[in-house]
Write a protein that binds this ligand. Structure first.
Ligand SMILES: NC(=O)c1ccc[n+]([C@@H]2O[C@H](COP(=O)([O-])OP(=O)(O)OC[C@H]3O[C@@H](n4cnc5c(N)ncnc54)[C@H](OP(=O)(O)O)[C@@H]3O)[C@@H](O)[C@H]2O)c1
Length: 257
C-alpha cells in the first residue's frame, strides 16, 4: 500500500499547505473539511481525495472513515481541524463559544482518531507502520489572559495526545504532536475575532510570523523520518517570538559586540 495520509481541516491554512507538501513528495492524501468547493479545488490541484465532513458530527466521521477504507485505506492521520473563538476573559466568556472550541479541537480529534484507528492498524499490518500527528498549539502549553476556552481546548488536545501514545504502546503506530506559535494564516484570527479584519491584521504587524508552508514543511518532515522515530512534541515558533508572551516587533538585528 502506498503511504496515504488523512488531513483534517484541509480546506485552508495549515491543512491545505500540508496536503500540498505531502503531494509534492508523492504521498497520497485524503483532504477532509466542511467546505466542498475549497476541497474540490485542492483536489484538482494536488490529486487529494476530498471528503466533506464535519469532524464534530459522529455519523459524518464514521462515513468519512468508511470512505477512506473503501478508497485505499491510510497509514497516516493529521488531526489539524480546529480553531479559536473569542478572546474574552474566563469571567465574561460564552459557554457556547467554549463548547464549539471543545467540540472541534478536542472531541473532533478524538472522534476522528477513534474512527480511523482500525484503518490505520490495517495500514500498519500491511506496510509495517502508521502515524498520527495532532496539531495543537503553544496555547496548549502556556496560558495567557484572554486565552480562555482556546487554552483549555488545546491543553486538553495535548493531554489526549499523551494518553493516546500510552494507550498505543506496543503497536507500530507513532503518536506525534506539533505545537506552533504565531502562524499567519488567512482565516484563523479572522474567525477568532468574528470577522474583524483590522483586528485580525494586528498580531502579524511588524513581525515575521510562521507561514502555513513553514508549519507544513516541519509537519511532513516528522512523517518522513524513519518510522521508528517518534517526535513526541514539536514546538515551532518564529524566531521573533521567544515565548507566548514575548514577540519582538520590528527588524531583528545582531547585538553590537
Ligand atoms: N494560525 C495559528 O496561529 C495557529 C497556531 C497554532 C495552532 N494552530 C492550529 O492549527 C490548526 C489549523 O489552523 P489554521 O491557522 O490553518 O486555521 P484555519 O485556516 O482557520 O483552518 C482551520 C481548518 O479547520 C477546518 N474546520 C474547522 N471546523 C471544522 C469542523 N467542524 N469539521 C471539519 N473541519 C473543520 C476548516 O475548514 P472548514 O471551515 O471548511 O470546515 C479549516 O480548513 C488549528 O487546529 C489551529 O488551532 C493555528
Amino acid at each position: 500500500m502506498a503511504d496515504r495520509v488523512v488531513v483534517t481541516g484541509a480546506s485552508s491554512g495549515i491543512g491545505a499547505a500540508t496536503v500540498r507538501r505531502f503531494a509534492e513528495l508523492g504521498w497520497e492524501t485524503v483532504a477532509v473539511a466542511r467546505r466542498a468547493d475549497r476541497l474540490h479545488a485542492l483536489a484538482a490541484e494536488t490529486g487529494a481525495h476530498p471528503v466533506v465532513c464535519d469532524v464534530t458530527d459522529e455519523a459524518q466521521v464514521a462515513a468519512m472513515a468508511a470512505e477512506v477504507e473503501a478508497t485505499g485505506g491510510a497509514t497516516g492521520l493529521v488531526n489539524n481541524a480546529g480553531g479559536a473563538l473569542g478572546t474574552e476573559s474566563v469571567e465574561s466568556a460564552s459557554n457556547d463559544d467554549w463548547r464549539r472550541m471543545f467540540e472541534v479541537n478536542v472531541l473532533g480529534l478524538r472522534t476522528v482518531t477513534a474512527a480511523l484507528l482500525p484503518v490505520l492498524r490495517a495500514g500498519a499490518a500491511h506496510g509495517g507502520w502508521a502515524s498520527i500527528l495532532n496539531l495543537t498549539s503553544t496555547a496548549g502549553l502556556a496560558a495567557y489572559a484572554g486565552g480562555g476556552g482556546y487554552n483549555a481546548a488545546k491543553y486538553a488536545a495535548h493531554a489526549v495526545t499523551e494518553v493516546l501514545r500510552l494507550e498505543l504502546a506496543g503497536e507500530p503506530i507513532r503518536v506525534m504532536e506539533l505545537a506552533p506559535g504565531l502562524v499567519h494564516t488567512e482565516e484563523f484570527t479572522l474567525n477568532r475575532l468574528r470577522g474583524d479584519a483590522a483586528g485580525a491584521r494586528k498580531p502579524y504587524e511588524d513581525v515575521v510570523p510562521l507561514t502555513a508552508e513553514d508549519v507544513a514543511r516541519v509537519l511532513v518532515g516528522a512523517f518522513v523520518q524513519p518510522p521508528h522515530v517518534n517526535q513526541d512534541l514539536i514546538v515551532l515558533r518564529p524566531v521573533a517570538q521567544s515565548s507566548v508572551f514575548h514577540t519582538h516587533r520590528g527588524p531583528l538585528a545582531p547585538k553590537a559586540g
